[in-house]
Ligand binder design. Structure first.
Ligand code: NDP
Length: 394
């Protein structure tokens, strides 16, 4: 393997990111959500609580198989993806909403029958998910005939498939987002300590995931599906990062119940719904516009800038106010999911802090890509829509 700084960076990321997830798991499981510093105890804790046993192998394996079967067998619509470089479009089976509404009641039943299983085995399930993500990344690398650590990390192919089974589309939502919802539900059943704070976070996060599946087709015009290659970064992100990091607030609240006054519940709910409205409206406006540029936005024919490649850049609706209000909405929701944990542990704010850094960086990367792709048209769009995330501020 040729060693370069890109390969070095990829190797460092593949060590640091899993180490961070295990560190956070230790902080929540062994230090009550506080910064974990008992380094001498760490190997023993990992050995006792994070090495998979038969039950965790069976549960995680069964979970993945269940999701594969639902994706492959449930009826659904075939939706067309964005045009590829040769002009053709891939077809995607859209049946996630049905899969979600079959899975969630069953997950609640399983959690009720076996309360505490996921809470007690979170470390083991985390290791199972990490091993599957690693094995999947090796498969993707070999399938795409990749070369070097950078390609292993970032991926080789954009749309790897086994027959019509789209691996990236499947992993993004089923073991990823649905896995997060199922972990949340399972944690909420732990020990019967369901405080108002826990129920509030659970409701907000289930709304986010249910909404994703209701609008599942809209993911077909997002950056991850259209542009990103599928390698370790996305596979591990889908299987490990999303379900195990995004459920940390519920993990914390399952053992640290917090009572919230009515006004606080109402204020947090309003923050969450405001974020949700921005996030969903922006994503849907772009998605519908890309499907049908004549479809009215806020009662008017959409305005746009035509690029040299023929793509249209929407300048109406939320896309005329700032370039990524969908990111801003996501951030508001992330804050709403952490506030119910009050200010007991700084680590329950890890998710919004991470999301802020990630989305600011993602917006800049998207900006650079669009500038390279659309040139003058993108510059004209940026002159017309000056703000990146928050009108009047940033
Ligand atoms: P977008 O859905 O905003 O997609 C960006 C792409 O949209 C650009 O590359 C460009 O692609 C196109 N585009 C940009 N501006 C315009 C415009 N004015 N008119 C028409 N098309 C435009 O971003 P992402 O895919 O990054 O994110 C999608 C959603 O997923 C967001 O809501 C985000 O918050 C969320 N997300 C959440 C994460 C999480 O962990 N919570 C992680 C990542 C994303 P092109 O022209 O090539 O089509």
């Amino acid at each position: 393997m040729k060693f370069s700084s890109r390969n070095g960076g990829a190797i460092a990321a593949m060590i640091a990111l899993p180490a961070l997830v295990y560190y956070l798991w230790l902080s929540f499981s062994a230090a009550g959500g506080w910064v974990f510093t008992s380094w001498s105890a760490a190997p023993g804790l990992v050995a006792r609580q994070a090495i998979p046993n038969l039950a965790s192998v069976a549960v995680y394996g069964g979970w993945l198989l269940w999701q594969v079967l639902l994706y492959a067998l449930l009826p659904g619509r075939d939706a067309a993806g964005q045009p590829l470089s040769d002009g053709s479009r891939l077809k995607y089976r859209v049946n996630g909403n049905l899969a979600f509404w079959i899975t969630i009641p069953l997950a609640a039943l399983a959690a009720w029958l076996s309360p505490g299983f996921v809470y007690d085995n979170l470390g083991r399930l985390l290791t199972m998910a990490s091993l599957v993500a690693l094995a999947g990344s090796v498969y993707l690398f070999r399938h795409g005939h990749g070369r070097g650590a950078q390609q292993f990390f970032a991926g080789v192919e954009r749309n790897p498939r086994i027959g019509s089974f789209d691996l990236k589309f499947f992993c993004e939502s089923r073991p990823g987002l649905m896995g997060w919802a199922v972990i949340d539900i399972a944690l909420a059943f732990k020990g019967g300590q369901r405080s108002t704070a826990l129920l509030l976070v659970l409701a907000c996060q289930l709304l986010y995931v249910a909404d994703y599946f209701w609008h599942e087709e809209a993911i077909l015009s997002t950056y991850d599906i259209v542009h990103e290659r599928f390698g370790f970064m996305l596979a591990w992100g889908d299987l490990v990062w999303v379900p195990f990091i995004y459920s940390l607030q519920v993990y914390f609240l399952a053992s640290h119940p917090q009572r919230l006054p009515g006004w606080a519940i109402a204020a947090i709910a309003v923050l969450n719904l405001t974020g949700y409205a921005l996030f969903r409206t922006a994503n849907l406006q772009k998605h519908h516009f890309r499907r049908d540029p004549a479809r009215p936005i806020w009662g008017k024919r959409p305005a746009f800038i035509r690029t040299q490649s023929g793509s249209l850049l929407l300048t109406s609706g939320l896309w005329g106010l700032a370039r990524h209000l969908n990111y801003t909405g996501d951030l508001l929701m992330a804050i709403a999911w952490s506030l119910p944990t009050l200010f007991v542990s700084p680590l329950t704010y890890f998710y919004p802090a991470f999301l802020l850094v990630m989305l600011v960086q993602r917006e800049r990367r998207d900006h650079a890509n669009c500038l390279a792709k659309y040139g003058e048209a993108w510059q004209a769009y940026c002159r017309q829509v000056r703000w990146r995330l928050v009108p009047g501020l940033y």
